[in-house]
Design a protein around this ligand. Structure first.
Ligand SMILES: [Zn+2]
Length: 431
């Protein structure tokens, strides 16, 4: 990454507001001037672009160590930077699993050498994600983990969840649950209801998710510990989270871009690019998720970026792995689903996830004088069609292949360093 140096983003629109010149000095936002009044040598023409705080992803599968065929920390964070992200939380389901302080340090060390975004290691809740014994959460917190999750799997055992929440309460960390009762979800493959009936695939009931969320919010309240509900996918989960928040319980929630746009009608085509965990749900669920993201019941957008090699996704539906890539399409999909409400986008994609992840010191900062120059520039005039081959990541399993979107991040800057520059705004500055 190359330092941006001293530049002026001329004619840019912070949060989509009136155009101004934004002065960047030594990695920080130094101040603002009326648009078009800055001296030529430092000026970068950013007219028409929207300036947003760079995004924070609470839910990224970077696959390294162990899954480098699908993604590495280098390629995954390059995709993150291309998508407008400054920070990603790397899920623990690597090989080996991130379930000890040494492995947290290993992931952070790899990231220090190769990453284009700040990487925050998520520690596993249970040893080896096996759901049997608690991993050393306090020691991992000491090594820098701020969030714990067995994501990809649910911690089914309520006693283990209670124990994990107790450690989270003591260490000021957060437990992120992939809510899915193993017994109820069974071998489900596709949303229960018409999609399962049409395809004949094993049905995946929404109750698997909802019963775990109902249980976990009670355990979180009892422990006084932060619970984060990963990838909410159903209307009833939304109602449960809304109710828990109304009690003042320490619960937050995320939704993925794909659950905001796609439905089980897409999945019923049985094309494996639509195979994801939790599954795509009904149009009514999608409407509830959108409303919940607007009203704040759901705090944050998180991608659940889950790269897989093409050969794996080329299997038939039941043989193919769950998961979709998402870092580079997230902003476009969220705007497609909710409209270009830039204050809302900044809150749900930058400020709120930074708060939940406990990284507000460095990420999700406001666009203001004195703040770090950590931002993304979005072109609202872009009209682009998703091409799976056109990615900074290593895998091509996007469900949005062939869809045309408006809005696209064109450059990302982290602490005054250019991490992505699709728009060629900063010549000589890209890595
Ligand atoms: Zn998950």
């Amino acid at each position: 990454m190359t330092a941006l140096g001293n530049v002026v983003l001329s004619g840019v629109s912070p949060l989509g507001g009136d155009p101004v010149d934004v002065v960047v000095r030594a990695g920080r936002i130094a101040g603002f001037r009326p648009a078009g009044t800055s001296p030529a040598p430092e000026v970068v023409d950013a007219a028409g672009l929207v300036l947003l705080p760079a995004f924070v992803d609470l839910h990224t599968h970077l696959r390294e160590p162990g899954g480098e065929e699908a993604e590495t920390i280098a390629t995954g964070t390059a995709a993150a930077a291309a998508g407008g992200y400054s920070d990603v939380f790397a899920m623990a389901n690597c090989s080996p699993v991130t379930d000890s302080p040494e492995r947290v340090e290993h992931v952070l060390g790899l990231a220090e050498r190769t990453a284009s975004a700040r990487v925050h290691a998520v520690g596993a809740i249970t040893e080896g994600l096996a759901g049997q014994r608690l991993a050393p959460l306090a020691a991992m917190a000491g090594a820098g983990a701020r969030m714990f999750s067995d994501d990809g799997r649910c911690v089914d055992d309520p006693v283990l969840v209670r124990e994990a929440l107790a450690v989270a309460a003591r260490t000021g960390t957060v437990i992120a649950q992939h809510a899915q009762c193993g017994r109820l979800a069974g071998s489900g493959q596709i949303n229960a209801g018409p999609a399962a009936e049409r395809t004949g695939l094993p049905p995946w009931p929404s109750t698997g998710e909802e019963t775990i969320v109902a249980r976990d919010v009670v355990l979180a309240a009892d422990a006084g510990a932060a619970l984060h509900v990963c990838h909410v996918s159903t209307a009833r989960t939304v109602a449960l989270v809304r109710w828990a928040k109304a009690q003042g319980w320490p619960v937050t929630a995320e939704v993925t871009p794909h659950h905001l746009l796609l439905t089980d009608t897409d999945a019923a085509t049985a094309q494996t690019r639509y195979k994801v965990n939790p599954p795509l749900r009904s149009a009514q669920d999608v409407a509830a998720l959108r409303e919940a993201l607007r009203d704040g019941t759901i705090d944050a957008v998180a991608t659940d970026h889950a790269p897989h090699p093409a050969a794996a996704k080329a299997a038939d539906w039941c043989g193919a792995p769950f998961g979709m890539t998402g870092l580079e399409t997230a902003l476009a999909v969220v705007v497609e689903a909710l409209g270009a409400d830039w204050a809302l986008v900044a809150e749900r994609m930058a400020h709120a996830p930074a708060r939940i992840g406990g990284i507000t010191g460095v990420a999700g900062r406001p666009i203001a004088a004195g703040e770090p120059a950590t931002f993304t520039l979005v072109d609202p005039r872009a009209r682009w069609t998703v091409d799976p081959a056109d990615t900074a990541g290593r895998s091509h399993n996007t469900p949005f292949e062939g869809l045309t979107f408006t809005h696209r991040p064109v450059a990302t800057v982290v602490d005054g360093h250019v991490t992505a520059d699709r728009g060629g705004l900063f010549p000589g500055s890209t890595r």
